[in-house]
Design a protein around this ligand. Structure first.
Ligand code: NAD
Length: 360
């Protein structure tokens, strides 16, 4: 099959890590008989340097025309880079927010995978993690409290602030469908997280999730209150497959889930819109402190490329091959600096990409 992929290399370590992900994709193409047509697009600091703005209309238009976009990280050193002397709406991060909005991305997928080989990075006890865990937080991205009406008033000399949390059933239904579709590609369990004992928006959330669940009889659905979920993530993360939740709960839970894996250089992510289109990027930033040194861990970006294969192209076997290759190099004892431990072999960004590509 042939696929059109937009490539946003980004800033600082961005080009280094995206090059390694493309190396792995090229190996997948060769091995499984696909063709990936790449087009480089500029975003963030690189776009400011070239065009004076962090995102151009042309970049957005081209990104929309692709089957998917793979991105490194954008931004620079926020204290020394001239990009941060610009007004807030002209800085690198403004481009990131604008492209997510412009592409209509409403679902954010963040896997939290703890590999047995990297157990020492996990702050949880051995008896809790066992041979590792693998869960996915599916967060609604464009509704809820962060997008509701807000105001601050003074009433009788007392300052008072309001934020409103609203969801309509269509917003809930489309993210729920993504959650169940994702579970169908995994271990077929959805934990829908809400605060239905208090919030009306959560009670509607629960109703709509139950309606959608009827179309997925193979998937086990459970409901969990958000406070319990925050606790269960550190007590027994193995119980989760897909955690489906609204914007603010997902913001907090996805950070908690990824941080219990302990390794920032391993965390992939995806943001998806209607249909199969997605923007795939590592969860970490552009790491200006190690840029250009061949020190960055490319695995988060490589695993993001694997998510692209699975969720945008339905190439499950190919995605499995990439994930298995990552596990294999970890088993071989190869490590970049961020995941290094005693007795393992320290290698650079390029060598990590080579080793993973060689295992496919
Ligand atoms: P960061 O994630 O870039 O770095 C935090 C620490 O983790 C640093 O010590 C860095 O060296 C290390 N690190 C990060 N990724 C690594 C990797 N792949 N391999 C090895 N080590 C890695 O966060 P920061 O320093 O707060 O932000 C730096 C820049 O990145 C800022 O401009 C920020 O706005 C931007 N940023 C971009 C995104 C994005 O593109 N989505 C996300 C977060 C931050």
């Amino acid at each position: 099959m042939e696929y059109n992929v937009g490539i946003i290399k980004g800033d600082c370590i961005g080009p280094e890590i995206v090059d390694e992900a493309m190396k792995v994709l090229d190996k997948v193409a060769e091995k499984f008989g696909h063709v990936f047509h790449y087009e480089q697009l500029l975003l963030g600091g690189a776009s400011i340097d070239e065009y004076g703005v962090p995102l151009t209309d042309d970049t957005l238009k081209k990104a929309r025309e692709k089957d998917a976009v793979l991105m490194g990280s954008i931004g620079g050193d926020t204290t020394t880079s001239p990009w941060y002397k610009l007004p807030a709406d002209k800085r690198p991060e403004a481009g990131l927010l604008a492209i997510r909005k412009g592409l209509g991305l409403f679902a954010n997928l963040r896997p939290a995978v703890l590999y047995e080989e990297l157990k020492q990075a996990c702050p949880l006890r051995d008896s809790i993690i066992g041979d590792g865990f693998d869960l996915m937080v599916m967060r609604e991205l464009t509704g809820g409290l962060y997008f509701g009406e807000r105001k601050t008033v003074t009433e009788n000399g007392i300052r008072k602030a309001y934020d409103s949390l609203a969801y309509d059933e269509n917003e809930i239904r489309r993210i729920t469908i993504k959650g169940f579709e994702t579970a169908m590609k995994r271990r077929k369990k959805v934990t829908s997280v809400d605060k239905a004992n208090v919030l009306d928006s959560s009670r509607l959330w629960r109703k709509v999730v139950e309606e959608v669940a009827k179309d997925y009889p193979e998937v086990t659905l459970e409901h969990m209150l958000v406070d319990n979920c925050a606790m269960q993530l550190v007590r027994n993360p193995k119980q989760f497959d897909v955690i489906l939740t609204e914007n603010m709960f997902g913001d907090i839970l996805s950070d908690e889930a990824s941080m219990v894996t302990g390794s920032i250089g391993m965390l992939s992510s995806a943001s998806m819109g209607e249909g199969k289109f997605g923007l795939y990027e590592p969860s970490h930033g552009s790491a200006p402190d190690i840029a250009g040194m061949n020190k960055a861990n490319p695995i988060a970006t490589i695993l993001s490329a694997a998510m692209m294969l699975r969720y945008s192209f339905d190439l499950d076997q190919e995605a499995d091959a990439v994930e298995a290759a990552v596990k294999e190099v970890l088993k071989q004892g190869l490590r970049t600096g961020d995941i290094m431990s005693e007795g393992k072999e320290l290698i650079g960004t390029k060598e990590m990409g080579d080793a993973i590509a060689a295992c496919i």
